[in-house]
Structures are given as structure tokens and as C-alpha cells.
Design a binder for this molecule. Structure first.
Ligand SMILES: Cc1cc2nc3c(=O)[nH]c(=O)nc-3n(C[C@H](O)[C@H](O)[C@H](O)COP(=O)(O)OP(=O)(O)OC[C@H]3O[C@@H](n4cnc5c(N)ncnc54)[C@H](O)[C@@H]3O)c2cc1C
Length: 465
């Protein structure tokens, strides 16, 4: 192992996990954290791995929940973040919640006490050219100077500062006896497909009731540091409706160039379109539906759309400050910047969402950076694992020709390749739809853990003590 240090910038969830994993693999690490010299709009302390909002790591159910599966995978790889969370648990039913101060203190002490890791406090405004192995893990609130310098490295239009996200729906929950696939005017896309969108028709009554509900629904208020400049091409749905009841109908919901095969003689008054969101075709985003409606209201209002009555949302819409790079364009599947391969990115800045997902990418980036130092390459875990699916989402989950659709996301089963679930249980009883869905999740989780074990063995990955 070459003893030159790996420089990890950002002592949050991703940076701490990366440092721990790289040091456990025998590398020398310098972890740079700007707090307390320079703060962010959300962090309150100088501790490493501070949780800026909720104290929950979400479901801990490995068999039936994708984030629970990610917990299980990370534990198998000796994750510092998971071990510290387990040590600082507070009661939360099936979720893993932590005592936030105890958690951050535990991580800070473990990192501070590791002989292979040096902590340097202070902002890194630009990445020194002499550093030959770097992990950037500066999170959604990356300092302005560093963001500017990343922008210079990655090129214009590859860094977002606000996250205007539209809801994403699991394909299997869309009622295709009401909705249909067609592109406006049957226009062929770059992949040669003229039926690239799913369309949900609305009559006048349904549209008027929908607009009333959007206008009246409770909205999330921004904290004052979240002053968002709206771009005209990306207005929240309710802002559009406030400008005029028919504005959405002349914008993303326009009913032109489309014929409903279920009812060809009746023209829809408005049409909601969904666009394929991942290469597997399991997830579809609602075009132009970025919104500040509260999550419960979104579920209620969007289920009034014909075809979406039983929609299950992989992610709901939102608008908040979030610095993230256009990973599908600029990163390779080793999390390296294509334009400067000595730089890796990890955590929320890559376009994953959430504490656990951020730490998970830190885990991989730290391992991969250490492998580089040892003169070898660590393969990405298979797409069938939650870890591999996250890398797939950020580096290959978008569709060719539509990189703008790349948006941050939590881990969910829709990011993993589908699996056929049995139609009957072991006693020959026919499964209902919900039971079949559960059986499918269990099979996907079992496949993930088996494939992760095979990867650990093939790559000779040693989990830290
Ligand atoms: C306001 C807010 C609330 C959120 N709430 C939740 C939630 O409830 N649940 C959830 O799962 N996720 C939440 N997230 C999303 C996300 O999961 C967390 O932000 C998570 O902490 C991301 O981990 P990270 O390691 O990528 O970034 P962070 O944990 O933010 O760590 C990045 C670190 O880099 C440091 N840094 C930044 N710039 C520099 C620089 N130039 N030089 C040196 N250090 C630098 C920062 O001080 C920080 O310590 C929230 C995000 C925000 C912004």
C-alpha cells in the first residue's frame, strides 16, 4: 500500500464512512472538515456526521424494505455509520432512530481515535492539483467556493443548487386500462420509440377539481435560507395554477397530439404525462409536477388523476436547496470524475438522497480509493444489490439523450432489476396482489444479500472490525 494520503473533503455521513473504510483497508487518510471555522445553513455543531434534520435512518427491515436492505448490506461491510447508529438507538418501532448527539459523538471519537486518519479543520475552497487521490463528500450544502471550483472542473450545467423534484410512481401501480403509452404526435425519441410517455386523461370536471385541490392543499414553507429563484421552465405546479387555472393545461398537462385508445372519440380536457425514469422501466416520473404540496396532500391529490388511483410513489415531489452534480454525465461507475479520475465523489452531492444512501456511497468511495492506493481496482457491486443499484442510479440510471431528468433519489426496489414472484405460497394457496408484492421484495432482498456475499468473496473485501 502506497502511504501517500487519500484526501477526503467533508466530515459528514459520506466522508466519515469513506475515511473509516479507506483506513480499515490500510490507507492513510486526511479528513478535511470546514466546521467550525465555516458553518453551513443547517449544521449546528462542530461534530462529524451531524444529522441536520430527522434522527431516523428509516426502516430497518432488510427483507421487505429497500433502505433496511441497504442497512444490512452496509453492516456486512463493517460500516462505521451503521455500527454507530446501532450503538445509539432510540425506540422507533421498525425504524432505526438514533440519539443524534450520541451518534455524532460516537462517530467523531471513532474517527478521531483511528491511527490511520488525521482530521484537518478548515474549508477546502478548491482541490489542490497535487492531491492525487481525493474523495469529495461535501454534501448538499457544499461551500460556495468549492462548488464554484467543482463547476470549473465539471463544466457548465453540471451542478444543481436546487432540487425541484417531481413525484415518481412505480409502474406496476399505474392502471393501464385507463392510461396509455404514446408520445405527443407519435414523435420518435432518440431511442426510436414513439410511445415513450404514459398518459392519464382528465375531463373538464376532473381537471377543475384537481386544480382546486392543488391550490387549496397545504404547502411546505421554506426556511428563510431557502430563497429559491424559480426558473420559468421548472415552475412548481401550484405556482403555475396560481398564475391561471388553465396555465398547467397549456403547459405540461396540454391535451394535444394524443389519442386515448381506450376512448378514441372523446378528447381529453387535460393530460398528465409520465416519463420513464430508470433504464429498467420500473419507475416513471410525473412530467412538470414539481411541487411544494405537503407529502400527504400530494398522495391524496395525485391519486385523483385517472389511472393513478392506486399509485404507489417511489418518491414525492419537493423543492429544497441541494448541491449535486450531474453524475450520469460526469462520473464513471467507479465514482470517478471522468475529466479528472483522481477525484471521486460520494454522498448527497452525487445525487443520492438520504443519510443512509449518502453513507453507502462513502463506503464504496473509500474502499475504491484505498484499492487504487494498493494498485488494484475494486469492481462495483452488482446492480442486484442495493449498493450497486445506487451506483446504477447515479451513473447509468438515466435515459440516453435525457440527462436533465436526473434527479436525486432514495434507495427503493424500483432501482433493482425486477424478479418474478411465485403465484402461490408453499401450501399451494394463490397469493393476492399485496402478498405477491411482499414475496417479490423478499426475493429481491435475498438475491441482493447472496450477490453481495459473492462480490465480497470475489473482491476479497475484508470488513473492518
Ligand atoms: C436541511 C436538510 C435536511 C435534511 N434532512 C434529512 C433527513 O431528515 N433525513 C435524511 O435521510 N436526509 C436528510 N437530508 C439529506 C442528506 O441525507 C443529508 O444532508 C446528509 O447529511 C448527506 O450526507 P453527506 O455526507 O453527503 O453530506 P453532509 O452530512 O452535509 O456532510 C458534508 C460535510 O462537508 C462539509 N463541507 C462542505 N463544504 C466543505 C468544504 N469546502 N471544505 C470542507 N468541508 C466542507 C460540511 O460542513 C459537512 O460537514 C437533509 C438535507 C438538508 C440540506
Amino acid at each position: 500500500m502506497n502511504n501517500d494520503p487519500i484526501h477526503i473533503i467533508g466530515g459528514g455521513l459520506a466522508g466519515c464512512e469513506a475515511a473509516w473504510q479507506a483506513a480499515a483497508a490500510g490507507a492513510t487518510v486526511v479528513l478535511h472538515e470546514m466546521r467550525p471555522a465555516r458553518g453551513t445553513d443547517a449544521h449546528q455543531t462542530d461534530r462529524l456526521a451531524e444529522l441536520v434534520c430527522s434522527n431516523s435512518f428509516r426502516s430497518d427491515d432488510w427483507a421487505y424494505n429497500a433502505v433496511g436492505l441497504l442497512h444490512a448490506e452496509m453492516r456486512r461491510l463493517g460500516s462505521l455509520i451503521m455500527a454507530s447508529a446501532d450503538a445509539c438507538q432510540t425506540p422507533a418501532g421498525g425504524a432505526l432512530a438514533v440519539d443524534r448527539e450520541g451518534f455524532a459523538e460516537t462517530v467523531t471519537q471513532k474517527i478521531g481515535g483511528h491511527p490511520g486518519i488525521t482530521i484537518e479543520r478548515g474549508e477546502i475552497p478548491a482541490i489542490p492539483a497535487a492531491w492525487d487521490n481525493v474523495v469529495v463528500a461535501t454534501g448538499p450544502l457544499t461551500s460556495r467556493a468549492l462548488a464554484d471550483s467543482i463547476l470549473r472542473l465539471t463544466g457548465q450545467d453540471t451542478l444543481s443548487f436546487f432540487d425541484a423534484i417531481a413525484p415518481i410512481v412505480h409502474f406496476e401501480t399505474i392502471d393501464m386500462s385507463v392510461a396509455w403509452k404514446q408520445s405527443r404526435y407519435d414523435k420518435e425519441g432518440p431511442a426510436g420509440d414513439s410511445a415513450a410517455y404514459i398518459n392519464c386523461p382528465m375531463n373538464r370536471e376532473q381537471y377543475e377539481a384537481f386544480i382546486d385541490a392543488v391550490l387549496a392543499g397545504p404547502k411546505t414553507e421554506f426556511k428563510d435560507w431557502e430563497t429559491v429563484p424559480y426558473f420559468d421552465g421548472c415552475l412548481p405546479l401550484e405556482v403555475m395554477a396560481e398564475r391561471g387555472r388553465d396555465t398547467p393545461r397549456h403547459g405540461p398537462m396540454k391535451p394535444v397530439g394524443l389519442t386515448n385508445p381506450h376512448n378514441p372519440l372523446v378528447k381529453a380536457h387535460a393530460i398528465v404525462q409520465l416519463r420513464q425514469d430508470n433504464a429498467l422501466g420500473t419507475l416513471w416520473n410525473m412530467v412538470g409536477f414539481q411541487t411544494k404540496l405537503k407529502h400527504a396532500a400530494q398522495t391524496e391529490v395525485f391519486r385523483t388523476i385517472p389511472g393513478l388511483e392506486k399509485a404507489v410513489f417511489a418518491r414525492l415531489g419537493g423543492l429544497h436547496r441541494n448541491t449535486f452534480i450531474d453524475s450520469p454525465k460526469v462520473l464513471d461507475n467507479g465514482l470517478r470524475l471522468k475529466a479528472r479520475p483522481s477525484l471521486r465523489f460520494a454522498g448527497q452531492i452525487t445525487g443520492v438522497e438520504g443519510y443512509v444512501e449518502s453513507a453507502a456511497l462513502g463506503l464504496l468511495a473509500g474502499r475504491m480509493a484505498a484499492a487504487d492506493r494498493a494498485g488494484r481496482t475494486l469492481a462495483t457491486p452488482p446492480l442486484t444489490t442495493a449498493l450497486g443499484a445506487l451506483v446504477g442510479h447515479i451513473t447509468g440510471g438515466h435515459l440516453e439523450g435525457e440527462p436533465k431528468s436526473f434527479q436525486p433519489m432514495n434507495i427503493n426496489y424500483g432501482l433493482l432489476p425486477p424478479i418474478e414472484a411465485p403465484k402461490r405460497d408453499e401450501n399451494g394457496q394463490r397469493f393476492g396482489k399485496a402478498e405477491r408484492g411482499r414475496a417479490k421484495k423478499r426475493l429481491m432482498s435475498e438475491r441482493a444479500l447472496a450477490d453481495l456475499d459473492a462480490w465480497i468473496e470475489a473482491e476479497a473485501v475484508q470488513a473492518p472490525e
